[in-house]
Design a protein around this ligand. Structure first.
Ligand code: UT7
Length: 341
């Protein structure tokens, strides 16, 4: 059975930097740098311009990852894409990326799979991609985490709790087969649907007939509570800490290693305080944790692959390192993974 390792990484963030003060000023939101920075660690985030969506950002990250792996689109056997801000309801965003990258070719109809697991989407995707590669059926799986949050945020004082957290961006990796003794060693995934409504964005209600009420002209009418994401932040925070710690401990226990044996932790970037709390509970020194939430906010499925690409380019993530990852988010869904880089 081959091992599955990451042969290339890439990321893309839009140029528009929105600082906390700028968020308040530009959108007339009653918030400020001190509140956001103190509660979340976020200093700024990126917003995509009108006309740029999730597939475009995912495709740019993917191009980098393919090149970094020394491959071309012809070598990719599968696209797996995680997002909570898809291009549309259906089809999935993977096919838009496939088309954007010119994969759609009569000789090469690369299959596309969308993963809808929000903040843990990348780790669900990693488990899926690694299983496919280890199973022997696929040599190179392009795994993308991409989000265009800003176009679907309630950028007003009413929506400030959620709007101050999220940013746009995409990360991509190539999960490749190897006979070398390295790569993804272990992963664990979990979900608890009892909390499905604790962080969600409905947009419509499919139980209604019709799913979106219409006016006389046939135009859809969506109430603000349906249109925008709703979150009980304190519940999310509490469960995130608990599940990220226990799932990290689970993968370490399954691999028969201790937390101290891990060289670098790449945690989901939802709130710096969550990561600091985990770090303190597990006694992890500062130089073993890489965070970038201060610059990008929460890019949901994009956080871990963006971190990975940046850490690799900055020389923080080096060959031979043992890497621990953990994420938690809407669903609730969560996961952790261990990998030898
Ligand atoms: O990937 C998963 C995604 N989500 C998360 O991980 C979120 C986890 N939760 C959190 O990070 C925190 O719960 C938040 C940072 C979202 C909120 O922090 P909190 O300490 O739980 O604040 P809160 O929601 O209880 O709000 C405290 C106060 C409220 O005012 P009052 O009612 O006490 O007068 C809010 O209206 O802070 C107010 N507030 C703000 N003030 C200025 C909420 N958002 C803002 C804001 N600027 N952006």
């Amino acid at each position: 059975m081959p091992n599955a390792y990451i042969s290339g990484t890439g990321y893309f963030v839009p140029d528009d930097v929105v600082t906390n003060d700028e968020l308040a000023k530009r959108f007339n939101i009653d918030t400020n740098d001190e509140w956001i920075r103190k509660r979340t660690g976020i200093e700024e985030r990126r917003f995509a311009p009108d006309g740029m969506g999730t597939a475009f950002m995912g495709a740019r990250a993917a191009e980098q990852a393919i090149e970094a792996a020394g491959l071309t689109t012809k070598d990719i056997d599968m696209i797996v894409l995680g997002t909570l801000s898809p291009e549309c309801t259906f089809p999935g965003t993977g096919v838009f990326v496939q088309r954007e990258l010119g994969f759609a070719d009569v000789n090469n109809f690369v299959p596309c799979l969308d993963i809808r697991n929000q903040c843990s989407g990348f780790l669900y995707g990693l488990g899926t991609a690694a299983s496919m590669v280890r199973g022997g059926g696929y040599k190179n799986v392009l795994l993308i985490g991409a989000e265009c949050h800003s176009h679907a945020l309630d950028l007003s004082t009413r929506g400030r709790t959620v709007a101050s957290l999220f940013g746009d961006g995409a990360g991509a990796v190539i999960v490749s087969a190897t006979d070398e003794d390295r790569g993804v060693r272990r992963w664990t995934l979990g979900a608890d649907g009892r909390f499905a409504e604790t962080l969600w964005q409905r947009v419509w209600d499919i139980q209604r007939f019709p799913f979106i009420p219409q006016n006389e002209e046939g135009q859809g009418l969506v109430e603000p509570e349906l249109m925008w994401a709703q979150m009980d932040g304190r519940q999310v925070f509490r469960h995130a800490v608990e599940k990220m710690i226990t799932s990290l401990m689970t993968v370490c226990w399954q691999e028969k290693i201790e937390i101290k044996d891990v060289d670098l932790f790449l945690f989901h970037q939802a709130n710096l305080r969550i990561n600091e709390y985990i770090q303190k509970q597990l006694n992890i020194p500062d130089d073993k944790v890489f965070n970038n939430i201060m610059r990008y906010g929460n890019t949901t499925a994009g956080t871990i692959p963006i971190l990975m690409a940046e850490a690799e380019r900055e020389g923080i993530l080096k060959p031979g390192m043992k890497v621990g990852m953990a994420a938690f988010g809407s669903g609730f869904t969560w996961g952790a993974a261990l990998m030898d880089w």
